[in-house]
Ligand binder design. Structure first.
Ligand code: ADP
Ligand code: MG
Length: 623
């Protein structure tokens, strides 16, 4: 994730020519306090700092001051006024340099813009020059500028490096000041900016103080992993490294296991050639790599560094340099999805139970303390502490009064399993899943298995079977759809919205194995259904499919196909509450581990939870 060395090599600051100025679209660089912090940190990094301190003071309604101090190369007295002149930069000479620009700043806009909307106090001293040039080190300088007017300029004693203090932020632009969010929002953004730099520059020490309280502190000279461990100690247990170098593009970083996720994409941090960027398309590419491992609408946590030939990236799309354009965007995006997928699927992704001992205390007396105990979360089913076995059986069985395994039911589930047998091809993915030895069934819903290492794995039989069926449907549909003809074709009469959707859905349904013909204005005849649906009454699923497509406003054929395949997978899967014979359960487990993504059902719910041997030992205080 590191940036190629940038060296200023004593180049003087100069004003860009007018052509160059026009080629660099001018814009609002400092729209809010967090963007001031970003610009100042970039300058410190460009100055070769190894230690950057950010101090913020905030009152109840406002951020009152921002100070960024660095130990970089500092500024020579003569250069200071130019640094505050618009489009003065020491970093590029002409627009041609933009294509190979590797410094963070290059517009020469930040200091000038900041000094026009706030009061800036600059204290700086240039580092002693190379002894070979024989140049004498200068004294330090203090330079105060407010609303573009120089207030004072004098020599001072100062450590080498630069400290820039900003006060009265936006005092002369009340409109912008009014638009500032609450102090809490703004300081959260500032912390986010600083975390981003700390992650991108593990070799630099960053310290962030808010009203003198140390909020962030990294150690410098660290690896990416060490910085992440410092910043997000709890999350790192659920993060795995990612790396790939191919076709002139490098990807490095960390991505979360499916056990760690967020409701928003805020914790996806992307950088291109050491520059943090925002990119919806890259966020989506990362998300795609997770497939169904995450429930829809959830996002992973990811730190992704992309390195590319600078000539293939355009960073000059936006004044804050937060967006970029790639020359070969589709290739970049698919490489990202693939790498995320490969990285994840090489792992054992079965969620691990918490190792905290759980003591079951049964309420015998209703005393005061008992009343105050938090109630365990209620699931659909009551905990089965005192229920006898009969009550755990499906309602259909229980109603008959006498517990008797219905042979019809068992035969049916046996049939389903045979039918979903996955062909053993070489393309069967290899997962890092322990071998599962079937032990028994709980509540006619969960399968208990042990692993060779002495751990325990619980499997949700419905979710597992759904996953198996989903893979099966996918595989069949990629070859040729398998239909079974209905003995008596069934007539479907559709509502108006259903008819509208049906027209688009018809080719997709045909791909999956439904043979449906138009039979008049809003009437269709169903002649065959996919083999995966083995009961004629299942044509009711067509109404459900159309309703889902209407409700989710799905129009793209590949999205439709995805929804339909999930629904069929779910429809024919063994339900919770079905008793399985041992050989059926064993079959289910062995088929599950051969699927492409055995860890979740197609809707993203887990299929398995593991209790490693070490956790069992801890729970029983054996270690
Ligand atoms: P840019 O970073 O795009 O060049 P800025 O307005 O941010 O433009 O800075 C103008 C110039 O001031 C920089 O090119 C650099 O020479 C000098 N400068 C700014 N901040 C620092 C710093 N912290 N240390 C050394 N020089 C700095
Ligand atoms: Mg800058």
């Amino acid at each position: 994730m590191s940036r190629p060395e940038y060296s200023r090599q004593g180049e003087e600051i100069r004003i860009l020519d007018e052509k160059t100025v026009n080629q660099i679209a001018a814009g609002e660089v400092v729209e809010r306090p967090a963007s001031i912090v970003k610009e100042l940190i970039e300058n410190a990094i460009d100055a070769g700092a190894t230690d950057v301190t950010i101090a913020i003071r905030a009152g109840r309604t406002d951020i009152t001051s921002i100070t960024v101090t660095d130990d970089g190369i500092g500024m020579r007295k003569g250069d200071i006024p130019l640094a505050f002149t618009p489009h003065a930069t020491s970093k590029i000479r002409s627009a041609d340099d933009l294509s190979r620009c590797i410094s963070l700043g290059f517009r020469g806009e930040a200091l000038a813009s900041i000094a026009s909307v706030a009061c800036v106090t600059l204290r700086t001293r240039a580092r002693g020059r190379d002894s070979s040039t024989g140049e004498e080190p200068e004294n330090g300088s203090e330079y105060i500028i407010s609303a573009g007017q120089v207030i004072s300029a004098r020599e001072i004693g100062s450590p080498a490096g630069t400290s820039i203090g900003i006060e009265n932020i936006f005092y002369n632009t009340p409109a912008r000041k009014k638009f500032q969010k609450t102090v809490a929002t703004e300081t959260a953004r500032i912390a986010d900016v600083i975390e981003g730099f700390a992650i991108l520059y593990p070799s630099i020490t960053f310290r962030y103080r808010l009203n003198k309280v140390l909020k962030i502190s990294t150690h410098g000279c660290s690896t990416l992993k060490e910085v992440l461990q410092t910043l997000y100690p709890a999350d790192m247990q659920h993060m795995i490294p990612l790396s790939r170098k191919r076709d002139g593009m490098g990807l490095t970083g960390y991505i979360s296991l499916p056990s760690l996720y967020r409701q928003s994409s805020r914790r996806i941090m992307i950088s291109v050639n050491g520059r943090r960027i925002q990119s919806l398309s890259i966020q989506q590419a990362i998300r795609r790599g997770y497939h169904t491992l995450l429930m829809p609408k959830l996002f992973p946590v990811a730190i992704l560094g992309i390195s590319l030939n600078p000539a293939d990236v355009d960073v000059n799309v936006h004044p804050t340099k937060r967006e970029v354009r790639f020359s070969y965007e589709p290739a970049v995006l698919s490489a990202i999805s693939e790498t995320v997928e490969e990285t994840l699927f090489a792992q054992n992704l079965i969620p691990v139970s918490s190792a905290k001992p759980i003591f079951l205390s049964l309420p015998d007396r209703q005393d005061e303390t008992q009343k105050e105990l938090p109630q365990p979360p209620r699931t659909e089913k009551e905990p089965v502490l005192y229920r006898n076995y009969q009550q755990q059986v499906t309602p259909a069985f229980a109603e008959s009064g006498v517990y008797e395994v219905s042979p019809v039911r068992l035969r049916r589930s046996g049939y389903q399993l045979r039918q979903t047998q996955l062909p053993c091809t070489n393309s069967v993915p290899v997962h890092d899943i322990p071998r599962l030895i079937y032990i028994g069934q709980i509540d006619a819903t969960y399968l208990v298995a042990s692993t060779a290492e002495g751990g325990m794995v619980l499997v949700d039989q419905h979710a597992a079977h759904e996953r198996i069926r989903f893979d099966q449907i996918r595989m069949a549909a990629n070859e040729s759809p398998q239909s079974q003809e209905l003995i008596v074709p069934r007539i479907l009469s559709l509502s108006l919205p259903e008819t509208a959707v049906m027209r688009n859905a018809l080719p997709v349904l045909a791909e999956i194995g439904f043979i449906i013909e138009s039979f008049g204005k809003d009437t269709y005849q169903v002649r065959a259904v996919p083999v995966m649906l083995n009961r004629q009454e299942e044509i009711g699923i067509i109404h459900e499919i159309l309703d889902a497509l209407i409700e989710e406003k799905i129009k793209k054929p590949e999205m439709m196909r995805d929804v339909i395949e999930r629904m069929i997978a779910c429809r024919g899967a063994i339900k919770a509450g079905t008793i399985l014979l041992p050989h059926q359960a064993e079959e289910l487990l062995s088929q599950l581990v051969q699927t492409t993504a055995p860890y979740t059902c197609p809707h993203g719910r887990p299929t398995m939870i593991q209790f490693p041997a070490s956790h069992l030992q801890k729970m029983f205080h054996r270690i």
